[in-house]
Design a protein around this ligand. Structure first.
Ligand SMILES: [Zn+2]
Length: 101
């Protein structure tokens, strides 16, 4: 098998046409798969709807991130800007109360 990232290898250094080259490469220690997967940058999550391993697709609205959706079933994974629209609503209500006073 070919060595993977994180594996320990031994080899003999042999002179080659373009300088020393590794010869007789042997894998002496395989990195455990759990460690390997942990080290990889993996932004995949489980879709709350279809349970597939997905990379959420970002949906923007007027240039602002609005929500991220599952690329398979289009379920909303997470929403952004909810607190912002909440504040706008609160400010609008306060402005209305001030106006009628
Ligand atoms: Zn899904």
């Amino acid at each position: 098998s070919l060595p993977d990232i994180g594996d320990k290898v031994e080899f003999e250094s042999k002179p080659g046409a373009k300088g020393p080259r590794a010869n007789n490469i042997r894998i002496t220690a395989k990195l455990p798969k759990s460690v390997r997967n942990h080290n990889q940058t993996d932004d995949r999550i489980n879709c709350p709807s279809c349970k597939k391993k997905i990379v959420p697709r970002m949906i923007t609205y007027k240039g602002e991130p609005d929500k991220s959706v599952c690329p398979y079933c289009a379920a909303t994974v997470s929403t952004f800007g909810n607190s912002f629209s909440f504040y706008i609503t609160v400010i609008a209500v306060i402005a209305f109360i001030v106006m009628i006073w």
